[in-house]
Design a protein around this ligand. Structure first.
Ligand code: CP
Length: 307
């Protein structure tokens, strides 16, 4: 039963509950007009304290396509946070005006705090370098659809594995399905955090290897998941400049990838996928962005209990 539930960590929903969301998303994709009034009279509040294009707009588009309405802010400076209001008071107030909240905030753990004070479901739209569970739903629906299921994949994760919250959430999520293996491709300085290695991969006996170049992984992966180096999380700007172009996926590297591999990226991209790759039919990142809207439609409908 997902009605009234918050989504803070990708593992807040069981595998069976996620399946419910994906099955509904599939129905919406097949016949969106059947769902166009489903959230009539309901309001989504988008509280974005950090910049966003895809997450905020896909949430808003999702609610509008379900026949609901949207309120919110896209930067902290236009809300009373700029006068010193706490997250707790903001969400208690917004609970009086809306039926569901999607919140992005730079502080890790902020979405959890919001859910403790809110009277309506809170969906974590990204909390600092921690988690981004609706990007994970997006990624899982993309893989489930384009790679025919969520098991038996070799997944290459490349780029900023230290600060990239989408990667942390995706590893947690894909570790729950059978026979997946990870190849972690990053500079040593941007390696996956130790707690993910210990608490998620090693604890669950999930095979993984760490490599430093894309070339070492390209012919082995079924899914190559590129990420940008997260400039905003660096304290030392010189370190960012040194690492920012560590990986660039181009047609030459794609020439050694499997015929049926797919390239994913949560976007925004900076320089890590050359524009020439966009014409390769294995490049799926814009399809992925569209799956994000459909899966958020399904998620909103489920937590509101309208289906
Ligand atoms: N993938 C993602 O979270 O993109 P935005 O930062 O544009 O929302």
């Amino acid at each position: 039963m997902l009605k009234g539930r918050s989504l803070i960590d990708p593992r807040d929903f069981s595998v069976e509950e996620l399946e419910e969301v994906f099955e509904l998303a599939e129905k919406i994709i097949k016949s969106p007009e059947d769902f166009s009034k489903m959230c009539s009279g309901k309001i989504l509040a988008t509280l974005f304290y950090e910049p966003s294009t895809r997450t905020r707009l896909s949430f808003e588009s999702a609610m509008l396509r379900l026949g609901g309405n949207v309120i919110g802010f896209s930067e902290a400076s236009s809300s009373s946070v700029s006068k010193g209001e706490t997250i707790a008071d903001t969400v208690r107030t917004v609970s009086c005006y809306a039926d569901v909240i999607a919140m992005r905030h730079p502080l890790e753990g902020s979405a959890k705090i919001a859910s403790l004070y809110s009277h309506i479901p809170v969906i974590n739209a990204g909390d600092g370098g921690h988690q981004h569970p609706t990007q994970t739903l997006t990624d899982l629906l993309t893989i489930r659809t384009l790679k025919k299921g969520l098991s038996n994949h070799v997944i290459g994760l490349c780029g900023d594995l230290k600060y990239g919250r989408t990667v942390h959430s995706l590893i947690k999520a894909m570790s729950r399905y059978n026979n997946n293996k990870f190849i972690l491709i990053s500079p040593e300085e941007l390696s996956i955090p130790k707690y993910i290695k210990r608490e998620v991969l090693e604890k669950n006996n999930i095979p993984y290897e760490e490599v430093r170049t894309l070339e070492e992984a390209m012919d082995k992966v079924d899914i190559i998941y590129m990420t940008r180096i997260q400039r905003e999380r660096f304290d030392n700007k010189e370190e960012y400049e040194r690492l920012k172009n560590s990986y660039i996926l181009d047609n030459k590297k794609m020439s050694i990838a499997k015929e049926d591999a797919i390239v994913m990226h949560p976007l925004p991209r900076v320089n890590e996928i050359a524009y020439e790759v966009d014409d390769d039919n294995r490049a799926c990142y814009f399809k992925q962005a569209k799956f994000g809207m459909y899966v958020r439609m399904a998620l909103i409908a489920k937590v509101l209990g309208v289906i």
